[in-house]
Design a protein around this ligand. Structure first.
Ligand code: URA
Length: 245
């Protein structure tokens, strides 16, 4: 069955994308600032189909329309930025265009990385997708590269794979995780859960200390080399599917 294409009034659509109030959109339309399929759109009360191709057909103040609802962004999270609005410091949301903070539905991170963790972070306004990715039932693998303060002892792999490791302050053992040793002080760790500071606490439980932590992969999606820290781009539908591959 084909999915019904949603429609929206232009002023409501643009308002929900953070462009401004209905009155502001009415003024912008009258001033020729809204163009659809090459023609000025002056009546912002008009209903239009909200299709993913709108950004290639619609211009606002001479710029392509922002992506419509259902967007997924891949960010290479830089060091020192937080994902939680409850923490101090600059937020990953500050990297996005300012009006994106006013979008409804809001854009959220899919899971979180600590302030001191870098690498692959997804953001979306698609609540269903967010829940599918973080659902413990899906077992989406996350691969972290950890740089350690002390050399590995050789016992960590078995400890993490055992399914018996209980983190300090918890009572439920961690699901088995896979350790791949890269060098005496560097390892890749694949986990399927997302507990608070999980990787750092796992190495702490093994008597070590994580000095740097970088997420390289989520499911089948790998952080591309050409995405510098602080840079982001939209994911294609095929890339989104890769998360669950
Ligand atoms: N584990 C951590 O300890 N920190 C992160 O940011 C992610 C996983």
């Amino acid at each position: 069955m084909s999915k019904k294409i949603p429609t929206s009034r232009v002023d409501k659509l643009l308002g929900s994308m953070g462009y401004g109030s209905r009155a502001e959109m009415a003024r912008l339309g009258k001033a020729g600032g809204i163009v659809l399929d090459g023609a000025d759109l002056t009546d912002v009360s008009k209903r239009i189909p909200v299709t993913p191709d709108l950004p290639s057909r619609m211009e606002i103040d001479g710029e392509p329309l922002d992506p419509v609802q259902g967007l997924v962004m891949l960010l290479n999270k830089p060091l020192g930025m937080t994902c939680s609005r409850k923490e101090d410091g600059s937020l990953v949301y500050d990297i996005l265009p300012d009006r994106w903070k006013r979008r409804d539905p809001a854009i959220s991170t899919i899971g979180r990385l600590d302030k001191q963790t870098t690498g692959l972070l997804l953001l979306t306004d698609d609540g269903d997708l967010l829940h599918r990715v973080i659902s413990p039932k899906r077992h989406v693998a996350k691969v972290y590269r950890a740089t350690l303060a002390r050399p590995l002892t050789g016992t960590e792999g078995a400890l993490f794979a055992s399914g018996d490791l209980v983190l300090e302050g918890e009572d439920k053992p961690l699901a088995p995780a896979i350790l791949e040793v890269v060098s005496p002080t560097e390892a890749l760790l694949t986990v399927t859960e997302g507990r608070y500071h999980q990787v750092r606490r796992m190495f702490a439980a093994a008597g070590n200390h994580v000095e740097a932590l970088h997420r390289e992969r989520l499911g089948g999606l790998v952080l591309p080399d050409d995405l510098a820290p602080g840079e982001w781009r939209l994911l294609t539908p095929d890339e989104i599917e890769l998360i669950f591959a």
